[in-house]
Design a protein around this ligand. Structure first.
Ligand code: NAP
Length: 341
């Protein structure tokens, strides 16, 4: 499963994409298995929820959920940021809640770094995953270790029912959603002439339609309190295209158009929507590449190195929490070592 997970990782470059795309297509469709809360195994159907309580608390199984006592965490930094974002300084007697964040695809790679960064900053984080339950649970435990709160939710964000259940889980536990990070993504790479409709559709379904479904669900909640921030993870490939990634480039470009439109529709509700477009980010996938390939890729990056998931997480944290980002909406930020300039 680890091999499979690595095989479908996002790749903005042709050689990587094609090599890994062929591995992924060998296994696609037969191995997408995850847990249901009832304990059954089901293909592409996941409803496994766990709540991580502080170590000292007692966790009791209640159906598919495990609840424990909650511990509030609100660093002075986060308090200040939330207060500023709401444009109203609370009085000494007013309590400022930690922001509630949903991060899709947070079990590995960039999503994991984002979830950890926001958890460390004091947010309550829902850690979504599709198949990597163990890895996602580790992310939640790490957030708890920082003193924050986390929920782990297994669900396919290209499915409306899963997304509705995911948002409900966050709202039931924490009362609202302040920040949504649409990060989950896959690749099914091959040249246009060989691309099957199923390879096109799978990528569009998750990388674009999934962002639409999650955004629509979250804005319903954010609208009520006239406050929210949405950060969509696109790719430099959505800006400049890439050989072997017609499906991926179309989806990622679509995310940019979708984001700008949602930014315009919801600006009056104080909901900011921005896009982060990473270039080549070090990951399990890039770790598998040969030295020759790495040398060629590095020559195309002006800064001469891969980015780290934490680089992307830093930018997302700024857009999600920083008061200075309150006046930014509908923008696309490339974080690619200069590839797209
Ligand atoms: P990754 O390591 O392959 O992680 C993908 C994440 O998405 C995993 O947590 C995975 O969960 C989750 N996921 C997959 N299918 C899902 C589904 N149907 N529903 C919910 N979650 C699902 O990818 P990454 O490299 O970190 O990329 C993260 C995002 O950045 C993607 O949108 C990608 O397109 C974009 N990006 C990446 C790069 C790069 O160089 N890495 C460059 C540009 C853009 P499981 O672990 O449970 O499968």
């Amino acid at each position: 499963m680890n091999f499979l997970s690595r095989a479908i990782r996002g790749s903005p470059f042709p050689a990587t994409s094609l090599a890994l795309g062929s591995m992924a297509s060998t296994v696609a469709g037969s191995s997408f298995v995850a847990f249901k809360s009832a304990g059954k195994l089901a293909d592409r159907e996941i409803c496994h929820v766990q709540h991580f309580a502080p170590v000292r608390s007692l966790s009791l199984p209640v159906g598919g959920l495990r609840y424990g006592s909650r511990r509030l965490y609100a660093s002075s930094v986060v308090k200040a940021q939330v207060a500023s974002a709401e444009q109203s300084a609370p009085g000494a007697d007013q309590k400022v809640e930690s922001p509630v964040v949903v991060v899709t695809g947070a079990s590995r790679g960039i999503g994991k770094a984002i979830a950890l960064s926001l958890g460390k900053a004091g947010c309550k984080v829902l850690v979504n995953y599709a198949r990597s339950a163990k890895e996602a649970e580790e992310v939640s435990k790490q957030i708890e270790a920082y003193g924050g709160q986390a929920l782990t939710f297994g669900g396919d964000v290209s499915k409306e029912d899963d997304v509705a259940a995911m948002m409900k889980t966050a709202v039931d536990a924490w009362g609202t959603i302040d920040v949504l990070v649409n990060n989950a993504g896959i690749t099914r790479d091959t040249l246009l002439m060989r691309m099957k409709l199923s390879q096109w559709q799978e990528v569009i379904d998750l990388n674009l339609t999934g962002v639409f479904i999650c955004t629509q669900a979250a804005t319903k909640i954010m609208m009520k309190k006239k406050k929210g921030r949405i950060i969509n993870i696109s790719s430099v490939v959505g800006l400049i295209g890439n050989v072997g990634q017609a499906n991926y480039a179309a989806a990622k470009a679509g995310v940019i158009g979708l984001s700008k439109t949602v930014a315009k529709e919801y600006a009056s509700r104080n909901i900011n929507v921005n896009v982060v477009a990473p270039g080549f980010i070090a990951s399990d996938m890039t770790a598998q590449l040969g030295e020759d390939f790495e040398k060629k890729v590095l020559q195309t990056i002006p800064l001469g190195r891969y980015g780290q998931p934490e680089d992307v997480a830093g930018l997302v944290k700024f857009l999600a929490l920083d008061p200075a980002a309150g006046y930014i909406t509908g923008q696309v930020y490339s974080i690619d070592g200069g590839i797209s300039m």
